[in-house]
Design a protein around this ligand. Structure first.
Ligand code: B12
Length: 301
């Protein structure tokens, strides 16, 4: 028996550790068998560390709006995996990220959904995206680029992760926020996931984000700015076009944004900083703390 499975905690202790009332703990065991703790000779429940972890996950899922029966099924599946790799000790986010990749390798669509739903309980939305979804996306995409994962596997993963990311953003978006942002990909840009990475950060800083998505030309940005009057326009550029075309497009985006503050980020933006700045656009170097400070200053000013 591993240390995690040793029965040690009485029900009151577990209730204090997890914040779950003791009657709820008994009800979850009775209704769903989640978890099924050992009993002492006198019949008192004794929970293991694994049981406590299971309960904490169950609590998080219920708090995020899932029904107790769905949460129990998910938690039960995760803690008794059949043919899936066991979680390895160490960083839990990295472990779940690897399990997402591994589900894609097996083309296990249900397993992929389970891992993604579990990931959604593992911290703030920005952390879930940056520490779990983005590393999985990068690895899956890189393996597709090098030919060790098929187009079909890449699509399976991109679609599932994109759906989960959008749902997560809907959940965490502030509703009546004092500030707003319009986020869009540069003309011809298809890498849309980086936009969501920045949306989670902006949501955390109190911005309501409208995501226009892939391939958004300056005219479309202009219309959104006109209708929504955002404080910030965030543009994502991964693959930059040739320099002369980029400079022309950059000027068009600067005009389209009007008085809103424009920030361009992404791999392509960093590589073309001088051209973009010459057109009056501000380039994010990827230092998220610097961006937070900069936006806070401009919002105050
Ligand atoms: C997934 C992926 C795809 C998917 C995209 C799915 C989708 N709907 O988004 C698909 C399969 C469609 C794809 C297609 C292509 N891809 Co691709 N793709 C990737 C991959 C693996 C991951 C990209 C990603 O989602 N990263 C996750 C995000 C969260 O991270 P990020 O990009 O670093 O973004 C962060 C910051 O840059 C910053 N940021 C980004 N934007 C902004 C904006 C603002 C305002 C701010 C403040 C910050 C900010 O914040 C983000 C969050 O932390 C990368 C390789 C990699 N390891 O990154 C290649 C990569 C980007 N792709 C590449 C290429 C070449 C292509 C294709 C041309 C391949 C082809 N031959 O068809 C096409 C082109 C599509 C196009 N015209 O846009 C190259 C680009 C090389 C380059 N820069 O010159 C890369 C680097 C792969 C490589 N090693 O060669 N790709």
């Amino acid at each position: 028996m591993s240390a995690e499975d040793v029965p040690r905690y009485r029900i009151q202790t577990v209730s204090e550790m997890t914040g779950i009332p003791a009657p709820t703990l008994r009800a979850w065991e009775r209704r769903y068998g989640v978890p099924t703790p050992n009993r002492t000779g006198k019949g008192y429940r004794l929970f293991s560390a694994r049981d406590v972890e299971m309960l904490a996950r169950m609590r998080d899922l219920c708090e995020s709006g899932m029904s107790a029966s769905d949460a129990a099924r998910l938690v039960g599946d995760f803690f008794s995996p059949a043919d899936e790799p066991a979680p390895t000790p160490g960083d839990p986010a990295a472990t779940v990220s690897r399990r997402i990749v591994s589900a894609v390798e097996r083309f296990d669509a249900d397993g992929l959904d389970r891992e993604i739903r579990l990931a959604q309980t593992m911290g703030s939305a920005a952390v879930i995206f940056e520490d779990i979804f983005a590393p999985a996306l990068r690895e899956i995409g890189d393996r597709w680029h090098e030919g060790t994962l098929s187009v079909s596997q890449e699509h399976l993963a991109s679609e599932a992760l994109a759906r989960a990311t959008r749902n997560l953003l809907d959940l965490v978006q502030p509703t009546s926020a004092p500030r707003s942002a319009v986020l869009a990909c540069w003309e011809e840009e298809q890498h849309v996931m980086p936009l969501y990475g920045i949306a989670f950060r902006l949501a955390q800083w109190g911005y309501r984000c409208v995501v226009l998505g892939a391939r958004t030309p300056p005219e479309a940005v202009a219309e959104a700015v006109d209708r929504l009057a955002p404080d910030v326009v965030g543009l994502s550029l991964t693959l930059a076009p040739p320099e002369a075309m980029l400079a022309e497009q950059a000027r068009a985006y600067a005009t389209a944004a009007g008085t809103a503050r424009v920030i361009v980020g992404g791999l392509g933006a960093q590589a073309s900083q001088a051209v973009l700045e010459a057109a009056g656009l501000r380039v994010s170097t990827g230092d998220i703390e610097a961006l937070r400070r900069e936006l806070a200053t401009s919002a105050a000013g």
